[in-house]
Design a protein around this ligand. Sequence first.
Ligand SMILES: [Zn+2]
Ligand SMILES: [Zn+2]
Length: 240
Amino acid sequence: MRAHFLGTGPASGWPAYGKETEKRRRPSTYAFECGEAKFFIDVGSWEAALEGAKRLGNVDFILISHAHVDHWGGLNFFRWGPEMPTFSIKETFEHPYFREIKDAPFSLKLLEVRPFETFEIKGVKITPFPLNHSIPASGFLVECGSKLAYALDTKWLPQESLELLKGSVDYLIVDAALPKGEEGAHNTYEEALRLGKEIGAKVVFAVHLLPSVREAEVLAEGEALGVKVEVPDDGDSFEL
Ligand SMILES: [Zn+2]
Ligand SMILES: [Zn+2]
């Protein structure tokens, strides 16, 4: 499986309006290729979606984690094209934040998935699992050769989700938004790395970092905890 990290930023992106950062990070947009299958998990940025679609050549389907706009704002890019299967939990489609897409999906074909019910599309096995966030949100366990868990946005994980992932995940892409010690509906980067360790992931990809989180701190924390961590930039791709 090949993973393209196209939008690794939080809701504000990097830089947030009126601020400056040394690099740019667009909101959550991740593209994957595995065998015949080409798909996105979250499309928070129209621009990142365009870049990903160019890289992939065609897109077979999209998974959406939750109704916060930094995870689906780029769906507009796909709304006037060929039919696009778009999977999420019922709570996303019914959430007021998602109303415009629900009312006028055009070429998006909205398909409901349920927690812990595995489905298969184009040779990829996908199991949705609940996350802990400020609104209902779903992670996805993706099995295609290797096993990848996508867990954002979340604060740690509900027990059942933790049990699903423990010992059965090679790679974890995880919400590591907050500075150490900060409270909120997201992991601190330290919690994100501890979660990766608990699950037994071979590599933890720490993403959704707020601009105040220094990448060097995240890497140092990984070293201290004995967790192999990557902090990918927008545009990076990895063979998993
Ligand atoms: Zn987010
Ligand atoms: Zn969110």
